[in-house]
Design a protein around this ligand. Structure first.
Ligand code: ADQ
Length: 459
C-alpha cells in the first residue's frame, strides 16, 4: 500500500500547554484514531485536520511517528463553516431534522472557503496520491482535490446518515454538494439505506442516466464513483481486554448495588441522541411500573459537545430541567431514579459503567452508526446484558440480539424496559454473546481492511 493521507476535521493528537515551560500531547479518542493511527504508522502518511500551526507540531510529528498537518481556518470563516453550515445546516438535515436546519448564504460561502483552504493546504504539503476524506465537513473536497490533480485516488467516508431525497432536496446548494462528492473514486456509507438514498438523490437531481448499479458515472466524463456499504465498528478485543482489567472490576463492584438494576445511557450531548425522550421514557417507566422504583436506577452520561452553539446550550438546559423534575417527583431519601453526569469520563470509568450496567438504553432519534451500542457489547464480552436500541441507528441493522424501539415512542420504551428486565440471565447472556461474536469478526480492523481494499462494482 502506498502512503495514505487522511483528511478529517479533527486531528488525532493535539499539543496542549502544560504549565509555563512545556506541552503535553492529548490524543484524540474514539475508534477512528485508534484504527487509522496504526495504518499511518505502518505505511507512512499524513493526517490533515483543523488546528493552529505552531512550533510544537514538529515535536508532535517526531513523537507519534507519522505526519500531522494542522490546517488553520481564519476565525471569521470558521464560525460560518463549523458552527454554521456544518452544525446548523448539514448536521440537523442529514439527521432528518429539517425544521432545525438553517440555510444562510454566508455559511455556505464559508463552507466553500474552508473546503478550499483544506484543498490548498493539501496541494502545498502532500506528496501522496492516496487520499481518504472523512465526513460531512468536506463534501466539496473530492472535487477540489481532483481538479488540481485528476490522477489522485480519493476515498470519502460519511460518518452520519445520508437523508432521503425528500429531505435532501431542501438544501439550496444540493447539486453543488453532490457534484463535490461524486468526484471521489469511492464513497463509504454505514448502511445500504444511506447508500441508496445517496444514489437516489444523484439520480433525481443529476439524472438517472448517470447511475450504473452501485456507482455514478460523472457527467463530465472524468470517470466513476462507487458507493459502498462499510459499517464502522469498534476495537472489540481491545475494549473487552480493557473492561477485564482488575482496576475496572474493582470499580464495577463499587457501582453495583444488590437488588438494583443499573440502566445506562452514554452519549455526546446532542439533540439527535434522543436524551429528553429517553428521560421521559424513564419517567413513564417509574410511573407505570411503581414496583420498579428502588429496584432500578438510570445513569445518563453526556459528554459536553459543541458548547459554542446556542442550540446545544439550550438543549443542555432542557435536559437538566427534566432530570431535576423527574428526580424531584420520584426520589426518596435513599434512592434517586436518575443520576446525570455531564462530563468526559476517563476510559476505565466508562468501561466500568458498561461492564456494571444491566441494561444500556441507546435511543437516538437518528444516528449514522452509534458506537456506544457496540462499545457496550464489546465491554460485556458475552456477559449477560440487555441492549435497547433505536431502530433509527446504523447499529440496529447489525446487532441481532438488541431490543429495537422507536425512540419517539415513550410508552413502548417504558414497556420494553420492563419486559427486558424480566428476561432470564441465560437469555441475556445468549443475546450478548451472539452480538459479541459478530463484533469480534466485524471490528474496526476489518472495517479499515475493507475500506482500503478495492470496491466491487455492480453494473
Ligand atoms: P458520534 O455522534 O460522536 O459519532 P458515537 O458513534 O456514539 O457518536 O460515538 C461517541 C463516542 O464518544 C463513543 O466512542 C463514546 O465512548 C464516546 N463518549 C460518549 N460519551 C462519553 C463520555 N461521557 N466520556 C467519554 N467518552 C464518551 C459520529 C456519528 C455516529 C458514528 C460515529 C463513527 O454521529 O453515528 O457511529 O461518528 O462513524
Amino acid at each position: 500500500m502506498s502512503p495514505l493521507t487522511i483528511i478529517a476535521n479533527k486531528l488525532p493528537v493535539r499539543p496542549v500547554r502544560a504549565g509555563s515551560r512545556g506541552w503535553k500531547l492529548e490524543r484524540g479518542e474514539g475508534g477512528l484514531v485508534a484504527a487509522l493511527a496504526p495504518v499511518l504508522l505502518e505505511h507512512g502518511g499524513t493526517w490533515f485536520g483543523n488546528g493552529e500551526p505552531g512550533e510544537d507540531w514538529d515535536a508532535v510529528r517526531a513523537h507519534i511517528g507519522y505526519e500531522v498537518y494542522p490546517v488553520s481556518i481564519p476565525e471569521k470563516i470558521q464560525q460560518g463553516f463549523y458552527a454554521g453550515f456544518c452544525n446548523a445546516t448539514l448536521w440537523p438535515l442529514f439527521h432528518d431534522l429539517l425544521g432545525r436546519s438553517r440555510f444562510e448564504p454566508g455559511w455556505w460561502y464559508a463552507y466553500r472557503e474552508a473546503n478550499e483552504i483544506f484543498a490548498q493546504a493539501f496541494d502545498e504539503q502532500a506528496g501522496t496520491q492516496d487520499i481518504w476524506v472523512h465526513d460531512y465537513h468536506f463534501l466539496l473536497l473530492p472535487e477540489l482535490l481532483r481538479r488540481s490533480d485528476p490522477k489522485r485516488y480519493i476515498r470519502f467516508f460519511l460518518h452520519i446518515p445520508f437523508p432521503a431525497f425528500e429531505i435532501f432536496r431542501h438544501i439550496p446548494w444540493r447539486e453543488e454538494l453532490l457534484l463535490g462528492l461524486i468526484a471521489a473514486d469511492e464513497i463509504g456509507f454505514h448502511t445500504a439505506l444511506y447508500r441508496d438514498s445517496f444514489l437516489d438523490a444523484v439520480a433525481r437531481l443529476l439524472g438517472q442516466e448517470y447511475i450504473r448499479g452501485n456507482s455514478v458515472v460523472r457527467p463530465d466524463g472524468s470517470g466513476r464513483c462507487v458507493a459502498r456499504v462499510l459499517p464502522i465498528s469498534v476495537d472489540t478485543q481491545s475494549l473487552a481486554a480493557k473492561a477485564a482489567q482488575e482496576v475496572v472490576h474493582k470499580r464495577v463492584r463499587e457501582l453495583r448495588h444488590p437488588g438494583v438494576s443499573l440502566l445506562l445511557g452514554v452519549d455526546r450531548l446532542d439533540y439527535t441522541k434522543g436524551i429528553p425522550e429517553r428521560l421521559m421514557a424513564i419517567e413513564n417507566f417509574f410511573e407505570r411500573y411503581p414496583d420498579m422504583r428502588k429496584r432500578a436506577s438510570f445513569v445518563q452520561v453526556a459528554v459536553p459537545s459543541r458548547g459554542e452553539v446556542e442550540e446545544y446550550r439550550q438543549h443542555r438546559r432542557e435536559i437538566e430541567e427534566l432530570v431535576g423534575r423527574i428526580n424531584g417527583r420520584f426520589s426518596t431519601p435513599d434512592w434517586e431514579p436518575i443520576r446525570y453526569i455531564h462530563r468526559h469520563l476517563a476510559p476505565n470509568e466508562l468501561m466500568a459503567l458498561y461492564k456494571a450496567a444491566d441494561l444500556a438504553l441507546v435511543t437516538p432519534l437518528c444516528d449514522g452508526m452509534n458506537l456506544v451500542a457496540k462499545e457496550y457489547v464489546a465491554a460485556k464480552a458475552g456477559d449477560p446484558g440487555i441492549l435497547i436500541l433505536s431502530e433509527f441507528t446504523g447499529a440496529s441493522t447489525e446487532l441481532d440480539g438488541a431490543f429495537l424501539v422507536n425512540p419517539h415512542h415513550i410508552e413502548r420504551i417504558a414497556d420494553t424496559l420492563f419486559q427486558s428486565l424480566q428476561t432470564s440471565v441465560e437469555e441475556r447472556r445468549a443475546n450478548m454473546e451472539r452480538m459479541y461474536r459478530f463484533l469480534e469478526k466485524r471490528d474496526i480492523h476489518a472495517w479499515v481492511r475493507d475500506a482500503l481494499s478495492p470496491p466491487s462494482v455492480a453494473t
